[in-house]
Design a protein around this ligand. Structure first.
Ligand code: GLA
Length: 372
């Protein structure tokens, strides 16, 4: 929070922020590339995130600052610079009926950008929450996630599903969220192991969510669901896919979303019965499906997953997020964490590694803003 406040004062002049907010990143445990197909996802929020500090502008201009960059402008609409992302929530809030005066916004992150850990969603939720707090307004958790999703999808044109925003908002303290993307229902699942943690390695290669490949996965998946006349991947069956005589690429995509959504439910069941080996197996199976059927992994991600899995005490590992780069997460016993970090970093030529603690989402952290 201090970084965001300091950035604001440096760029816009002395005087405290009128409000601040923080939002975490997310790490999917199992259930990748199924949110846009109405599947089930098991995910956690993280202890790394994004802080926003906000105050009403002294002039009629919006001001945005992050790191060494400062942008000023007369309106909040996209202009093609870094202010677009920070001010997208202002546009989305206006579309939701909230009138936002010109504001000055400072942003600071502990979450690496472009690493598949939902930094965009964390930014949208942090800025939206700080502005709501500034205006003494509240939203429900669902409304907050919807405004943040609309900021990304409608204002910035990024074709993402609902996973990231819901994880950032709704993740419980000390546990995971099982999110049903067909109905929007979310269920908390407690983290049952004091001696098992997640280790993450940011491979330093950019992931791809606004890019052509992510769009193509969505389109292939959606065209397959439409061809079989099913509303969500949870309705898919092996026999139904067989009988559809689909294009082989589309068939692979459907096999991924069908299996991955089922694995997410099994992963939640594994956590509920504290079966750590089963959760690890499901994470590794998720990676293989993303690699072979959805084809969103890379040789670097595969190498880091393989290196983690070879460490005694590692129970499973997988790529996280949209893919084509980004982060690998491994489930490990506490005693193996350091060995796993070294092996993962070495496999990608020195990627940044960190322990990943399941952390509460914004609905838990900001009860003055998020109601119900
Ligand atoms: C990105 C998108 C999400 C989801 C994941 C893959 O993070 O923003 O909606 O599709 O990729 O699970």
């Amino acid at each position: 929070m201090l970084g965001a406040c300091a950035a604001l004062e440096n760029a816009a002049g002395a005087g405290p922020a009128a409000s601040t907010a923080w939002a975490p990143g997310r790490c999917t445990l199992v259930g990748e590339h199924v949110d846009y197909a109405g599947g089930q996802v098991l995910c956690v929020a993280m202890h790394l995130g994004i802080a926003a500090a906000v105050r009403v502008s002294g002039s009629e201009r919006f001001l945005v600052t992050s790191g060494d960059t400062v942008v000023t402008r007369t309106g909040a609409g996209p202009k093609g610079d870094m202010g677009d992302r920070v001010l997208a929530p202002v546009v989305a809030l206006c579309a939701h009926g909230v009138s936002v005066p010109p504001v000055e916004v400072g942003v600071a992150a502990t979450l690496p950008p472009g690493a598949g850990l939902a930094s965009s969603a964390a930014l949208m939720v942090a800025v939206t929450t700080a502005i709501l707090r500034l205006l003494s307004l509240t939203l429900t958790a669902r409304e907050l996630a919807a405004v943040a999703l609309s900021a990304e999808r409608d204002v910035l044109g990024i074709p993402c599903g609902p996973l990231d925003q819901r994880a950032v908002v709704d993740a419980p303290a000390h546990g995971a969220l099982l999110l049903d993307c067909a109905t929007g229902a979310g269920a908390p699942v407690a983290w049952p192991w004091p001696d098992t943690i997640l280790v993450a390695c940011d491979t330093g290669t950019q992931h791809d969510v606004g890019g052509a490949e992510y769009r193509r996965r969505r389109e292939d998946t959606e065209s397959g669901l439409a061809a079989l006349s099913v509303a969500s991947c949870q309705e898919l069956t092996e026999a139904g896919i067989e009988a559809g005589h689909l294009d082989p690429v589309v068939e692979r995509r459907l096999r991924h979303v069908m299996g991955e959504s089922r694995r997410a439910i099994e992963a939640a069941q594994a956590m509920r019965r504290a079966d750590v080996a089963a959760l690890g197996r499901l994470m590794s199976a998720s990676h293989r499906s993303l690699r072979d059927l959805h084809e969103v992994s890379t040789p670097t991600l595969d190498a880091v997953v393989g290196a983690a899995e070879a460490v005694p005490g590692c129970l499973g590992a997988r790529m996280v997020g949209a893919g084509f780069g980004g982060t690998v997460a491994a489930l490990v016993t506490m005693g193996s964490a350091e060995a796993c970090r070294s092996a993962m970093a070495e496999a990608c030529g020195g990627g940044e590694t960190f322990l990943l603690e399941p952390s509460p989402g914004v609905a838990v952290l900001s009860p003055d803003v998020v109601q119900g």
